[in-house]
Design a protein around this ligand. Sequence first.
Ligand code: GLN
Length: 486
Amino acid sequence: MSIQFKSITELNELLDNKAISVLELTQESIQLAKKYSELNCFVTLNEENSSNRASAIDRDQKNTSLLSGIPLAQKDLFCTEGLRTTCSSKILSNFIPPYTATVVEKLEDAGSITIGKTNMDEFAMGSSNETSFFGSVHNPWKKGFVPGGSSGGSAAAVAAGIVPAATGTDTGGSIRQPAAHCGITGLKPTYGRISRWGMIAFASSLDQAGPLARSAEDCAILLNSMSGYDSKDTTSLNSDVPNFLENINQSIKGKKIGIIKEFDLSDLDTEVQKRFDESKKAYENLGAEFIEVSLPNISASVPTYYSIAPAECSSNLSRYDGVRFGHRAENTDDLNDLYIKSRSEGFGDEVKRRILIGTYALSAGYYDAYYKKAQQVRRLIKNDFDQVFKSIDLLMTPTSPYTAFKFESKGTQNPVELYLEDLFTISSNLAGLPAISIPHGQVNSLPVGLQLIGNFLREDELLNAAHVFQQNSDFHHAKPNLENFK
Ligand code: GLN
């Protein structure tokens, strides 16, 4: 019996009925990862360790948690003790962390098994997974097409049915956008809901970890384990964590969903637009009510993000100097030369571009004009959201303006073309709000995602609305044909 494409709930049933052991499940998941190695989802497989762990869980026979014995993949920016963690960068290509990120620890404490570390855009900078030092990830739906980024390896591994779920991080869309392009469900939680400790930083005020899975229900299972206060992360929220599974099946009758006036959807591909209109109808049939709302500053989201994120990254990435850890250049003349050569050799073009932009925006004389101004605009955007959430429960937008595209077809001449991929996703990071992407059909045999944005700490509303949609549709059950990846 194949475990490919099975959900967490289905795998739990197999484990409970003893139709499969944890060891068999883990090994089959690893075999699938190897069989589809051409997808390039994994940077490192955790073969021996995960088999040992699986055997221990089999011996223990204490399968109390829904994640017990479930194979998962972790984005390769979560530090894992003893297991190489690269951030898909040459500069960290030999880095073996001495500790494990809180998120991974929590998931493993719940009994899950980390089968490997997934490919991503270098330091999570990108929207197509093409900036990885380890090469591009293929979209399981179409060879030679991007899976979206930056959590592209995680999204592709779930979409190909190798693992039922995986972790990702989202600074400006990196969970939701690859989830949309790969036809799966991805949730970016409220900033602070999940600890960032042990998660390699890109832009600390925007980064947030979250789950990618085949359904909202499976995302809820992961979120239950991933969430919660962590004294090791000073931005971690000390607030109650509800059981996200418990209320996932409530009626959404009477819920008010906002449509953002400032997003001109008539600019979109007509088929993407059509899918959006049909899902709006589906929500109306489920009893939701749509209201047009205005977020007057939202059009400034992309430029605001591209001032703040590079500024924070230029500071965060200054620690990679070839001295303490990571790649070190050979044959250097002196310390300065060591820094320069190690960083020049270790970082890819996109990372260097961001460090340059960020250093410029933070430099004396430009700080007020760029960084401070961007922070002020960020506050205005956040205020707009606060205002609209007084009269609505959720916002709805497409996740991405397009479907997945061919390798090297976007952003090669002009990076801004690729930056606009995140037009719909970036604002919720700036405001710290939770948002989810769910699959809602296909255009030219490629998946399309629908985004719902929730109010502060209202992941329960998002998961509920996503689950009810999935209970009444089949889009999340669609599977790619993987014949071309053998
Ligand atoms: N695409 C955006 C960027 O390149 C967002 C990336 C992310 O969310 N990590 O910065």
